[in-house]
Write a protein that binds this ligand. Structure first.
Ligand SMILES: [Zn+2]
Length: 424
C-alpha cells in the first residue's frame, strides 16, 4: 500500500505524505476541471481504485467476477490484483469449486487481515473517540476521552485529542494508512479546519486536520459527522454499490448529506447539506440558527422532549425514539399521538428532499433509529403519501447501523473515499 499511496499523493498534490490535510484539499469540485482527462501514468492507480471499489460493492469475489463486473478481461484483472496481493492489501480466501461443466477452481479475493488500518476519530463538544478500522470495516483498538468541563483552550483540547489518537495508533501492529476525522459541527473541508462545534467555542477555526497530519505524519481527512455517516454507508452500509443516495441524521440536531453520481457532494468548502434549516413552517418556532420554522424545529430530539414536556409525559428530558415507542406500546396517554406526529414531521422534510433530488434511497441515522421497524414504518407511511409517485421507481427508506459503529466507520471512510475516488 505504501507505494500505492505514495503515487496517489504525488499525482494528486505533488507533495509527500504527512505534512498537511491533503485529503481535504483534494475535494473542491470548484477548483478542479469538471472533466479531467486521465493520463497514461494515472491509469494504474485509477484502475486499482476502481477494482477496490468493485470489491466493496460486490463483496469477496473471484477474478472472473471482477472481470465481468468491471468489463475488462481476466488478464487485466490479474495484472491489477497481483501487486495488491504482493503488497498485502488483498488476500486470497475461499475456494470456489469448478462447475459441473468443468474448469479450474477459483479463489475469492478480499481485503487482507494484514492490510494497514485507518485511524478513525470522532470529535464532539464533550468527547473524543478514536479507533482503528480495517479495510473490511472491522473496528478495534477503541479509545475515548471526555473533555474537562472547564476546557477553554484549543491547544489543551488538541493535546487530549492527540493523546487519544496516539493510544489507538500504538495499539496497532502496523503503521496506519491515514486518519479520518468526523466532527459534530461545521467544517471547512478545503482546509480541514473546524468552523464551529456547538458548545465548544475553543475549537472555532482550529486546523485539526493539519495538526493531526503534522503530529502523526500521515494524510488526514476532516469532515462533518453527517457526511462521514454518508461515506460510511457508501463503503460499509446500505449505500454500498449505490452511486446516488442521501443520509439524514435526526438527533439533537438534524442534518443531511448527499452522495451524487459516485461522490459525496459537499458544496463550497463543505457548506452544503444544511437540510435541517430548510423552512417547513412559516412563523414557526425559533431554531438554534436564529431563524424560524426550520425542519429541525419540528423533527429533532429537542422538539420531541419539548413536546413531551408540554403534553405532560413523565421524564421528558430522558425521552428518545426508543423510549417513546415503549411508552406508546404500553398505552401511556399521549405517547402514541406524539410518536405519530414525530414520524409525520420527519416525513415532511424527507418528502421535500425527495421532490428536489428524486432519490432512490434515503438512509436515516441518529436517535430516530432507536424507534426500530415501527418508527420506520410510520415515517415511510407518511412519506409515501407526501411524495409524487413515479411508476417503476423504487424509493428505499432505511435505518442505518447503530450509531457508534456507523459513526466510527464513517470517520474512517472519509479517508477511504478520498483514497479510492480521487482519479475517477
Ligand atoms: Zn435553523
Amino acid at each position: 500500500m505504501d507505494s500505492m499511496i505514495k503515487r496517489l499523493e504525488l499525482q494528486r498534490i505533488g507533495k509527500s505524505a504527512g505534512t498537511s490535510n491533503d485529503c481535504n484539499k483534494s475535494d473542491g469540485a470548484n477548483r478542479m476541471p469538471a472533466q479531467k482527462l486521465i493520463s497514461t501514468g494515472t491509469l494504474g492507480p485509477a484502475n486499482r481504485g476502481r477494482l477496490l471499489q468493485a470489491l466493496y460493492d460486490m463483496g469477496a469475489s473471484s477474478r472472473a467476477d471482477l472481470a465481468r463486473f468491471t468489463g475488462v478481461n481476466r488478464g487485466t484483472i490479474g495484472g491489477i490484483v497481483q501487486p495488491l496481493i504482493n503488497q498485502g492489501i488483498l488476500a486470497e480466501g475461499e475456494v470456489i469449486p469448478p462447475s459441473e461443466a468443468g474448469g479450474k477452481p477459483a479463489t475469492k479475493l478480499w481485503f487482507s487481515k494484514n492490510a494497514r488500518p485507518i485511524c478513525a476519530v470522532l470529535l464532539t463538544h464533550n468527547r473524543v473517540r478514536s479507533c482503528l478500522v480495517s479495510l473490511d470495516g472491522e473496528i478495534y483498538a477503541q479509545h475515548a476521552t471526555d473533555f474537562p468541563k472547564d476546557l477553554k483552550d484549543a491547544s489543551d483540547a488538541f493535546r487530549i485529542v492527540s493523546t487519544c489518537v496516539e493510544e489507538t495508533i500504538s495499539s496497532a501492529n502496523l503503521p496506519i494508512l491515514g486518519i479520518g476525522v468526523a466532527a459534530a459541527g461545521m467544517i471547512n473541508t478545503e482546509t480541514g479546519s473546524i468552523v464551529t462545534v456547538s458548545l465548544a467555542p475553543y475549537f472555532d477555526g482550529f486546523p485539526v486536520g493539519t495538526e493531526l497530519a503534522e503530529r502523526f505524519g500521515v494524510n488526514t481527512c476532516v469532515d462533518q459527522d453527517t457526511r462521514a455517516l454518508l461515506v460510511g454507508d457508501r463503503w460499509f452500509g446500505q449505500g454500498r454499490g449505490r452511486r446516488t443516495f442521501a443520509v439524514v441524521y435526526i438527533g439533537e440536531a438534524l442534518g443531511g448529506a448527499l452522495y451524487l453520481d459516485g461522490h459525496p457532494y459537499r458544496g463550497p468548502a463543505g457548506a452544503g447539506g444544511e437540510i435541517g434549516h430548510t423552512i417547513v413552517q412559516l412563523n414557526g418556532h425559533v431554531c438554534q440558527c436564529g431563524r424560524r420554522g426550520c425542519w429541525e424545529t419540528i423533527a429533532s430530539l429537542r422538539w420531541l422532549r419539548d413536546e413531551a414536556r408540554a403534553r405532560g409525559l413523565q421524564q421528558p428530558h430522558l425521552l428518545n425514539a426508543g423510549r417513546l415507542l415503549t411508552l406508546a406500546g404500553g398505552g401511556v396517554k399521549g405517547a402514541k399521538e406524539l410518536l405519530q406526529e414525530y414520524a409525520f414531521n420527519i416525513s415532511v422534510g424527507l418528502a421535500n428532499l425527495q421532490h428536489l433530488m428524486a432519490l432512490n434511497c434515503i438512509i436515516l441515522h441518529g436517535d430516530v433509529v432507536r424507534g426500530g421497524k415501527t418508527m420506520l414504518n410510520l415515517i415511510e407511511g407518511s412519506f409515501r403519501e407526501l411524495v409524487f409517485h413515479r411508476p417503476d421507481e423504487e424509493i428505499t427508506l432505511a435505518f442505518g447501523d447503530s450509531e457508534d459503529v456507523a459513526a466510527l466507520r464513517g470517520a474512517a471512510s472519509l479517508f477511504l473515499s478520498e483514497l479510492l475516488n480521487f482519479v475517477i
